[in-house]
Design a protein around this ligand. Sequence first.
Ligand code: PLP
Length: 396
Amino acid sequence: MLGSHHPYAASDPRTREALTTLPVYNRLPFVPVRASGCDIITTDGRRILDLYGGHAVAALGYGHPGLVDAISDQCQRLLFQSNAVALDIRARAAEKLLQVAPADLSRVFFVNSGAEANENALRMACVVTRRDKVLAITHGFHGRTAAAGAVTWNSQRWYGFPAQPFDVEFIPRDDCDAAGRMIDSDVAAVIVEPVQGIAGACDLSHEFLRTLRKRTQQCGALLIADEVQSGMGRSGHFFAVQAHGIGPDILTSAKALGGGIPCGAVLCTEDVATHFGSGDLGSTFGGGPVVAAAIVAVIEAIENGKLLENVREREAQIREQCVRGPVKRIQGMGLLLGLVCDRPALEVRNALLQFDILTGTSSDPDVLRILAPLVLDSHHVDHLAQALDALAPSID
Ligand code: PLP
């Protein structure tokens, strides 16, 4: 409850939002007014280096001319039309996305968010296999809707629905034997984040991911790769499964997909697509023209700006320079990295914020998350390394 002791002035957005929106978010202690490149400018004139990218959304950073121009051109030409009509820009977005996706994926269904993409992917798996059990991985996160929440580890803390839409079991992370045992002919799908984002950028082993692929194929179950956080170049590949040479039956994307314009996509193989016809799936806003223009612009910027190479270089630089101060080791892939700390990650995040560097926490209390824009520059990494050095040594 907001009492008369609220710390901010009545006109401060923090006070006004506290009075008008549901109190479900812990808000950071600054208010952005604009942003440019990798920097956020705040109401009190601070310039904060954003290594968190708005939950991995700002793939191109802020104010990228290719993205801004594509969105504003499309707004002027045709702001919206639904899926009742075909659009050149939507066709281009689908074509571009399929060009950069794993080879066997040949169809796209556009939606509005990561949870909605997973909700549809799970429904599609139940329809295709006519089975009612889904396996997920311990520590995974897939969203907060009924099906996506059901396959999210520990979601009982907030799930809220009276029942789950299907049976769910969790395969212990990276346990190949358990995967081999648990995936059987009752299973509709296994859903997996190749790099578990919210869990602390935990990159699952190649052997584990290959076991999931092999065993699902043997049992007639589908493999769903949730690349909502790891996808769109963040891993140093367009999609993290490509680094493992694994082709899922369904792949979900969102977050960075539109570079900040809300959108999601479900990609699937031709085999999966044959089970769906008119009226089986739908969305009002999914694949709208502005969204589609943003998707094309993001993919072109990643290609033209050689951003996959940049991600791999910045990853190498972070691994080389940033195991220092509170950081004991680094996990993850590309610019989805977990800095394992010798003290609570929240403490490190707050301390880095004093140096005007924004990082993220994770569901692992020891892991600080880096989800920086893919346009990150080497001097940004130098700045992070210097700040980590300047943090006081651990008390124990
Ligand atoms: N899947 C993964 C791997 C995520 O990290 C998230 C969000 O953090 C989601 C799904 C849900 O996406 P959204 O918040 O767009 O519904």
